[in-house]
Design a binder for this molecule. Structure first.
Ligand SMILES: Nc1ncnc2c1ncn2[C@@H]1O[C@H](COP(=O)(O)OP(=O)(O)O)[C@@H](O)[C@H]1O
Ligand SMILES: [Mg+2]
Length: 319
């Protein structure tokens, strides 16, 4: 899709869903969720969040994320069961309603981003993990490490938490935590393996898990650019050797734009995002989808909210 078509889509982006007849409503940073008995209707909107603030909307972002999650849930369902029941619209997943564990399960293959900054300062000890000494920025860990964080309220920052603390606070039982971390390692290995075939490195990601009865499901989203960091694989070694930043396929770009152009790193009122930046980000999300999945995406311009309403009515989710 060319940039003028993306500009035309700007006023038609999905900022929020207003369909009270869908059930009990919860609004997250990116998803609007409705509860229908044992199911959740999860609508991925076009909202862009960074530094735990909602900044603007990006054309087709919701569709790209929901399609990407569907792709990954399908590819990994033999490793860990997931919450997906149906995808009645490009932006919508109907999911098994689970009792969520209130821990974000972050798993990292490389020392980079906020963890690298902590490591440099010596403040990386909050996870209670032994780290090899003398590691360099963007170096691979001998095997992936899990650095969980608490799930914070809107506008609050997630806090690192150690395994010991997770168990002590009863956020998960010892048995469940063992099952969760095993699932996270399996899912991440599968994600990394596939990403490699697409010329990408899945650097790190965040999973959420939930429970129904005694069964554990992976919920929310999977391996999207919102929850994950991807690097371009064939440039990794040369850049690492020279100490250069890696080429990324993720929204660290908007974070850097905010810091560089607006001096915003999460404190105070977020700045307005110009339309050109919104359109450029849309092209990045679409390109990310195509590179990760190896399939092209045909996007239908138009009123996303109206289309969702039509599809949900047709498929019986909206009476
Ligand atoms: N299958 C599920 N069962 C219960 N809760 C879920 C499920 N899938 C996702 N959620 C929750 O729904 C919300 C999705 O909205 P989102 O915008 O991602 O929220 P957040 O601002 O917490 O990231 C999250 O709080 C997530 O934990
Ligand atoms: Mg989320």
């Amino acid at each position: 899709m060319n940039t003028s078509a993306l500009h035309a889509q700007l006023p038609l982006t999905l900022r929020q869903v207003d369909l009270p007849a869908l059930g009990q409503h919860y609004r997250g940073k990116v998803r609007d969720t409705y509860r229908q008995g044992d199911s959740l209707v999860l609508v991925t909107t076009d909202r862009l969040s960074a530094f735990d603030h909602v900044l603007t909307t990006i054309p087709f972002k919701g569709e790209v994320l929901n399609r990407l999650s569907s792709f990954w849930f399908e590819r990994t369902k033999h490793i860990c069961p997931n919450h997906v029941l149906d995808v009645p619209d490009a932006n919508v997943t109907v999911a098994r309603a689970c009792q969520p564990f209130t821990v974000e399960v972050v798993i990292r293959g490389y020392l980079t981003g906020s963890l690298w900054r902590d490591y440099e300062k010596g403040t990386h000890t909050a996870y209670g993990l032994p780290f090899p000494a003398g590691m360099r920025k963007d170096e691979a860990f001998p095997s992936p490490i899990i650095t969980p964080s608490t799930k914070a309220e809107y506008g609050q920052h997630d806090e690192p938490i150690s395994e010991k603390e997770i168990l002590a606070r009863g956020l998960a039982s010892t048995r469940d935590w063992a099952r969760i971390t095993e699932a996270a390692r399996g899912l991440f290995a599968e994600g990394q393996k596939w990403a490699r075939t697409r010329g990408l490195i899945l650097v790190d990601t965040k999973y959420e898990f939930g429970k129904v009865g005694d069964d554990i499901y992976v919920i929310d989203e999977m391996h999207t650019p919102d929850s994950s960091r991807y690097w371009v694989a064939d440039e990794y070694e040369a850049r690492f050797a020279k100490g250069e930043d890696q080429r990324m396929l993720d929204k660290e770009n908007i974070r850097q734009w905010l810091i560089r152009e607006r001096g915003f790193s999460g404190h105070g009122t977020p700045p307005a995002i110009p339309d050109d930046v919104r359109v450029e980000l849309a092209t990045k999300y679409v390109a990310a989808f195509e590179q990760i999945t190896g399939t092209s995406l045909t996007l239908e311009p138009g009123d996303v909210h109206a289309r969702i309403e039509r599809n949900l009515r047709q498929k019986g989710y909206l009476k």
